[in-house]
Design a protein around this ligand. Structure first.
Ligand code: SAH
Length: 250
């Protein structure tokens, strides 16, 4: 396949919260497939761009998500096969309840080169636009992001969902030991991401148990992702050419 698909986060809807990278790629694209959540202002902007096919692929009222996804996949493949640069534009950040895994899997299966461009998530934007900090020294020790679709499982989440640990680069070992103490499966996958999104970003893959055996030699800033989602990054790293990966699963 000669074309390429960019899965791009549009931010929470405010035009100024579109990233410069998203803006550049939108201007370079041949085809833009966009969702309802991108907001009216961004929608009218992309429609005003010249010489592009701009296609609404959001769900219609009452439509099944699965059917819609198949149609989106078909369009991504069709245009990429024609050698076009396709932007799959999504609300917020594509990695937050945005079907990123399904779309990467489809592109991977079909050997279509892709790149994911982060967006400002509503997780970040909505509270801060309301003057609410997500963390506070007097309000617990962090936050989990969960879906309101399945409220029965919220209490299980600490053990079965994704945990993002900030400021844990130099205490990674202790973080892992404490996770094991609180009952997490020691074989749960872990990624330590140093200088995320910089040129010299480095990702170390391990498990919670493996992390207890690593030196705390991570470059700042670093964050730790704990959970099954890490498996995907390892799988797709070949296609997206992340070459600075240390696989240190012990
Ligand atoms: N990928 C998106 C989230 C998709 S799930 C992101 O990163 O923001 C859709 C949910 O996101 C909505 O039901 C709503 O809860 C939330 N959401 C998206 N945009 C929002 C906004 N501008 N303000 C408040 N919530 C928003």
């Amino acid at each position: 396949v000669r074309g390429k698909v960019y899965i791009v986060g549009a931010g929470p809807g405010n035009f100024e919260l579109l990233t410069l990278k998203a803006y550049r790629i939108l201007n370079e694209a041949d085809v833009i497939l966009y969702d309802r959540l991108v907001g009216e202002e961004i929608e009218s902007y992309i429609k005003s761009l010249r010489d592009k096919e701009v296609i609404y692929v959001g769900k219609e009222r009452g439509e099944k998500g699965e059917r819609r996804q198949q149609e989106i996949n078909r369009l991504m493949k069709k245009y990429a096969s024609e050698g076009k640069v396709v932007v799959r534009l999504k609300g917020g950040d594509p990695g937050v309840f945005g079907r990123l895994a399904e779309e990467m899997e489809f592109l991977f299966q079909n050997n279509i080169p892709f790149e994911v461009v982060p967006g400002v998530s509503s997780v970040n934007a909505a509270p801060v636009y309301s003057n609410i900090p997500l963390t506070h020294p007097e309000a617990g020790f962090g936050f989990l992001v969960v879906s309101g679709r399945d409220t029965r499982r919220l209490s299980e989440l600490a053990k079965s969902g994704t945990l993002i640990v900030l400021m844990g680069g130099c205490t990674a070992k202790e973080v892992a030991l404490n996770l094991i103490k609180s009952g997490i499966n020691p074989e749960t996958e872990v990624a330590v991401i140093e200088r995320g999104s910089f040129e010299d970003q480095r990702v170390t893959f391990s498990t919670v148990r493996g992390l207890t055996e690593l030196e705390n030699d991570f470059t700042s800033p670093a964050l730790i992702v704990v959970g099954g989602v890490v498996k995907l990054a390892k799988k797709y790293s070949r296609l997206i050419g992340l070459d600075k990966i240390r696989d240190r699963k012990i």
